[in-house]
Design a protein around this ligand. Structure first.
Ligand code: MN
Length: 489
């Protein structure tokens, strides 16, 4: 990490200082605080100089007298290109202030993200740093804006951070946002986690000692620490497991970092000789990395005092990459990556990031005005999500595995309650058919239709389930129906 600003960086700070002079943030501070915070975040991520400079100047085109040409003359093509990309991204978003039209806006944003990404992924990294600082200072905005920014961060930016394997960023973004999106639930789960951790503290210490002793005996160099589960990821997991906390096995996790891969597997063996591993809970992400490049061994064990503890075992490099992701690759391969970007070559990305190449090719097609078949796009940017369309072309995001009734209830409970059939991609289909990414879904309704008990088996999301349950209640009178109608935020 640079300890002293280079002359170019100093020059950029001076330029931004002049440009933003007199401007204030909503917090009342001078505007300059923001670009300087973005600079610091990018430095912490270990980004290259051009990216840092572009981060310092990222708001100047949109909000000040400075022009792209000024930036190009002073700092060259590459910096100007990055600033332009970030500006385009935020312009794309500006037309979409209304929270009710959020979903189509997501789609638009998403496509534009890709197009920008096609040129240089560093644009996204700057945008992520920008968004992170805005989230950290979100309390200064009015509540409706807080909600919109938080929701967008949760649905677009945090998954993006995950896709880039920027684990630290993902956790911070998700929890900062979730606090605004669902404050009650956030507090509830935060308390739950704190309580759980407190009750587990003593026995965890004991486990740590036992493991440490065993590893020392085998002369394995290691460091061990607890990892705290993020509130948002617990929320998501609970939704998957019908809110049953007893099915969440990774509330407590210990992380062991060792020197090399051999030591990873040795450590796994040692842990299994100490504690009973749980069936089906051993995951070898070293041999088979996650799609975002994440590597680690995971195992869940039952300790002598009947505690369920997850262990994550990895090397220092894997750890670094799990926390900083793509940014870490820039750090290690700075020269190479930056040079290749300048030459417009992208094939030298680490193999675990080849999906970026795929996105870039798609983006190139979009730029040329060619049609892109979303279905063929293995877009796993939102790997646990699918995007389906209404016949009008509005995009609805649903979890993978969602069924037509989930879609119907997502549109409106009035639609969900009166479903008589579904057309998928123009063809009659049935309510058991899993929706797929890119499907066009048309729900057929009849006002005489009433919700059926049997529909409970044809529902995947907890959202639709709770709506249907309410409708099935014997006394679900018109009056209560009216009350829950204005569900838009
Ligand atoms: Mn900004």
């Amino acid at each position: 990490m640079p300890t002293k600003d280079s002359d170019r960086i100093k020059k950029a700070v001076t330029m931004a200082t002049k440009a933003h002079e007199g401007q204030l943030r909503k917090t009342g501070e001078p505007y300059l605080v923001h670009p300087l915070a973005v600079k610091k975040i990018l430095e912490e991520w270990g980004m290259d100089e051009d990216t840092i400079i572009a981060g310092i100047l990222h708001d100047t085109i949109e909000d000040t007298e400075l022009t792209l040409n000024d930036i190009k003359q002073e700092f060259g093509e590459s910096v100007a290109f990055l600033v332009d990309g970030v500006t385009k991204l935020s312009t794309a978003r500006n037309g979409m202030r209304d929270i009710d039209t959020y979903l189509p806006a997501t789609k638009d944003n998403f496509l534009r993200l890709m197009i920008a990404l096609g040129d240089d992924i560093r644009v996204l990294i700057i945008k992520l740093a920008d968004r992170l600082h805005n989230l950290r200072t979100l309390s200064a905005l009015p509540p409706d804006k807080q909600k919109k920014i938080a929701k967008e961060s949760l649905e677009v930016f945090a998954p993006l951070a995950d896709r880039l394997n920027m684990g630290l960023l993902r956790v911070e973004m998700a929890d900062l946002s979730f606090k605004y999106v669902n404050p009650k639930r956030f507090d509830e789960l935060k308390n739950l986690i704190d309580k759980y951790n407190k009750s587990a503290e003593k026995s965890l210490q004991k486990i740590e000692q036992e493991v440490s002793q065993a590893l020392k005996k085998e002369k394995i160099a290691f460091s061990i620490s607890g990892r705290v589960k993020s509130v948002y990821s617990l929320h998501k997991k609970l939704a998957k497991h019908n809110q049953n906390i007893n099915e969440i096995y990774d509330l407590t996790a210990l992380r062991i970092i060792v020197d090399d891969i051999t030591d990873c597997y040795l450590t796994l063996g040692i842990i299994h000789s100490l504690y009973m591993p749980m069936n089906g809970r051993i995951k070898d992400y070293i041999a088979m990395p996650k799609q975002n490049g994440y590597q680690s061994l995971h195992t869940t064990v039952i300790t002598k005092d009947k505690r369920i503890v997850e262990f994550q075992i990895r090397t220092k490099e894997m750890h670094e990459y799990a926390e900083r992701g793509l940014a870490a690759s820039f750090y290690y391969n700075e020269q190479k990556l930056t040079e290749n970007y300048k030459k417009g070559k992208i094939e030298h990305l680490p193999t675990n990031l080849l999906w970026i190449t795929e996105l870039q090719m798609t983006a190139a097609k979009l730029r040329e005005g060619k049609k892109v078949d979303l279905k063929k796009l293995k877009l796993n940017l939102f790997s646990d999500k699918i995007f389906v369309y209404t016949p009008k072309g509005d995009i609805i995001d649903l979890p993978k595995g969602a069924l037509p009734l989930d879609f119907a209830y997502r549109l409106h409970s009035e639609i969900g309650d009166h479903v008589v059939g579904v057309k998928i991609n123009g063809k009659m289909s049935n309510l058991n058919k899993k929706l797929e990414h890119g499907d066009v879904v048309e729900i057929l309704t009849n006002k005489n239709q009433t919700p059926k008990q049997s529909w409970l088996d044809k529902i995947f999301t907890s959202h639709a389930r709770s709506k249907l349950m309410r409708a099935l209640r014997p006394n679900s009178s018109q009056e209560t129906k009216k009350k829950r109608k204005p569900r838009k935020q």
